[in-house]
Design a protein around this ligand. Sequence first.
Ligand code: SF4
Length: 640
Amino acid sequence: MSLEERVDSLPADAGVYLFRARSGKVLYVGKAQNLRSRVRQYVSGGDGRHQIPALMDRAADVEVVVTPSIKEALLLENELIKRHKPVFNVRLRDDKQYLTLRLDERDTWPRLTTARRLGRDGARYFGPYTSSVSLHDALSNLRRIFPLRSCSEGTFRDYQRRGRPCIEYEMKRCLGPCCGLVDEPGYRQLVEGTVLFLRGRSGELVDDLQARMKAAAERQDFEEAARLRDRIRAVERTVESQQIISENRTARDVFGLARDGSEVEVQVLHVREGRVVGTEGFGFSDVRIDDGEVMGSFLGQYYADDSRDAPREILSSQGFPDEAVLEEWLSEQAGRKVEIRTPRRGGLKQLVAIATNNASLTLARRLEARESVDAALAEIERECRLSRTPRRVECYDVSNLQGALPVASRVVFEDGRPVKKDYRRYRIQEAVGGDDYDCLREVMRRRLARVESEPLPDLLMVDGGRGQLGVVLAALSDAGLDVDTLGLSKERDEASKGPRVKRGGGLKAERIFLPNRANPVMLGPASKGLLLLQRVRDESHRFAIEFQRELRVKAGLTSILQELPGIGPVKRRALLRTLGSLRNVRQASEQELRAVPGISERDAATIRGFFAALDVEPEPEAERDAGGGDDGSGELPSPE
Ligand code: SF4
């Protein structure tokens, strides 16, 4: 049955429609008050939107789902967009990493914690914050004003048992609930103040604090009145630093949209009491629907997230279909009126212009960055004579501590950006003694065995030189596979195996090893292509080291000693008996180690090298942000 024929048999009810390609793939999901007439608009060409011809060229079938009302259709539409990721819809990525503050008011003594994303667990989430710096700034500022406890449950119980508060109390950053130094109602007031502050309702907060200060003064509790006065001043100081963009105090989210071809950027300004208390940006590529439709679909998905409260007013740079439906649904969700407006003049239009301007600037920056990535990828393709542009790159790195705890990492970059969900960590299972080549061989074998479910990237890269590249090529050849490969290694004084040499203003020269090429390719230190390759390699290295550190902490030093190749139980006992403790073993010189019965010169060098490597290892990064997933192959998934 043709699409035209299908239309007549469709119900004239509210619901969701899905256009499918001949392959069954969902191309577009939409909602309608009257499914038959909406789909007819598409099929008969009566819909003026410019994406329709392209959609109709590919659509072979339409499927509909009737819902009790258009509001349910809105929810279902969001759900289906999330599930099918249709190419003609914009999709708000739910894997975006948010930095937020979390507060669970159901706790007896609630505290603020940082979280990676907005959860659906009944707690309140604030933010998102654009960086960990802005989040930690906000947190430390808040703790000064509202000294909620910052300790974990375990620490809280610990100090409760001891009957004295921790240093936070001395520093006036906590009121000491662990020891009953503040009662529940008093603590609740702090929690309520925190919520008002974080929701941008500072006017209401200051009014409340002033009333309580007055009451405290009247009952001659001057200490409490002074505390409240300081709190009011701190709130006012913080609020003053936020930019005022409107005299009107209505809570508003302002949405601006900018477009360049199929690239779209949406910016949100959260305006509370006339001040911008937060911004968010969302970029979309390959957008094939018009601006109004983008905005409508975006807003539906944006507020479908339970943890986002719609404010009283939503200002949008674009009018969009079914605006009234969304408005009704949001009002129902919020339990009060929510109004969506597309201002055409006056102050509100100016607010939207600010959001749109921000969107344009962010879009321009994104396109510029993309051009620079494109140039880097083109350079790599050209200089390394690859068969295609290396849009998707996998890089492997092996790491061990003198043969102990051998691990490997895989990182994946797409268009110059890390794809953390595809990162993998490998605990080496078969290669003994931590031999780098054996480890890499094992990792490649495990990786290539999964090629069906995980297709090969455009470029397979390894941290290392000719030897490592040879291992990768041999593994590919054994598996009957072919893909562009390269090894990236820092230049060394090969003859002496001595320290890395420095060149060009202190930068270590990098050598790119390619198959069937005797001499490595050397790109200048300012080369964009080289910088990108280095970034991928360094990320892989960081990821492997991080994994190894976790394993080491888990195992404890004594058990790590057991992992050292050539150091069996007899030698371990001799070491501990002769030197007295693990700490002494760690601090012993090679000579002292050699003096231990049964410890050879080689053993002493291994042990010394092992502890030396531990001692120089860099500190963990402040911000852990690795993603990852379990691929069921025995590789450990990365933590969220
Ligand atoms: S004083 Fe008590 S409640 Fe406050 S942070 Fe320290 S341990 Fe936690």
